[in-house]
Design a protein around this ligand. Structure first.
Ligand SMILES: Cc1cc2nc3c(=O)[nH]c(=O)nc-3n(C[C@H](O)[C@H](O)[C@H](O)COP(=O)(O)O)c2cc1C
Length: 269
């Protein structure tokens, strides 16, 4: 039985979930959805998963574009896991629609609440809450993996879903992340370590005169800012005093997809 999980992640939450499922069901290939993987347009796996964060009550743009291009065998068992800070809104509905357009159905869909990483608006949750969410996530994995391993059906359910679906559908239409990167800047603590360049899933950052420059192809995953070893990347002024968040059990090098040499191999770990 060949299983592939396609995952998208900024702060590592969705990767952590993907790795836990992989550990539980075994023999599973993890493929990161990023600019480099856009040539993965065909899959021959018979069990296929999509694990991704919710953005603006909808799907991240790159996830949507990736699935649109992906050709999937008719008989594949498809599952999806949305990680989010609170509500998936219209994300699952959008996903269902993408597969309907391919005459395919999602057999099982899940939501996993994780620390909210929308750091350009607010602080990450307090550590106590983070710890509780991590424990809940790990405790729920076995049941989720069991459903997936046995190819069982699992309908998606979210409390208050009608309101969030409607509101979410509207909000997600306003999500146009590409040029939102014009508000990122690097402060004097930047030491040009290249971590941001290497982990950006959209390959949207270049180092010019020892400072990162964003190229307006942003996905707004916030990985550059959240993982910066120097905490030197800011978004407007609001993030200067804010804490950073990334999943504590994921290492920055697991997100490096491309880019030049990092100054010192231990940087960012
Ligand atoms: C741009 C952006 C928009 C977000 N929008 C939502 C949202 O609408 N609803 C929600 O519950 N969480 C939202 N979040 C929080 C993330 O979905 C959540 O923290 C997720 O687990 C991050 O996963 P990752 O670490 O794999 O990127 C948002 C985060 C970002 C960066």
């Amino acid at each position: 039985m060949k299983t592939i999980i396609y995952f998208f992640t900024g702060t590592g939450n969705s990767l952590k979930v993907a790795k836990d499922i992989q550990k539980d069901i075994g023999d599973t290939q993890l493929i990161r959805i990023c600019k480099e993987s856009t040539d993965h347009t065909i899959t021959d796996a018979d069990r296929i998963g999509f694990i991704f964060p919710v953005y603006y009550y909808g799907l991240p743009v790159m996830v949507k574009e990736f699935i649109e291009k992906l050709s999937i065998p008719d008989k594949a068992y498809i599952f999806s896991i949305a990680t989010c800070g609170g509500s998936v809104g219209a994300a699952m509905k959008q996903l269902k629609q993408l597969f309907l357009e391919k005459d395919l159905e999602i057999s099982a869909a899940f939501k996993i609440q994780m620390p909210d990483c929308y750091q350009i608006m607010y602080e990450p949750p307090p550590e106590k809450k983070q710890k509780r969410l991590f424990e809940q996530q790990e405790a729920s994995m076995h049941e989720v993996a069991d459903i997936i391993a046995n190819k069982r059906n699992k309908k998606f359910y979210e409390k208050g879903k009608y309101l969030t679906k409607i509101f979410g559908g509207l909000l997600s239409k306003t999500f146009k992340p590409k040029k939102m990167d014009k508000h990122f800047w690097a402060d004097e603590n930047c030491n040009a370590c290249l971590s941001c360049v290497r982990l950006c899933p959209a390959e949207n950052i270049e180092m010019v005169n020892q400072k990162p420059v964003w190229l307006q192809q942003c996905e707004l995953c916030l990985g550059c800012m959240q993982w910066c070893p120097q905490k030197a990347i800011q978004y407007k002024k609001g993030t200067i005093k804010r804490k950073r968040y990334h999943h504590p059990k994921i290492q920055i090098k697991e997100l490096f997809t491309h880019g030049g040499e990092v100054n010192g191999s231990e940087k960012g770990e």
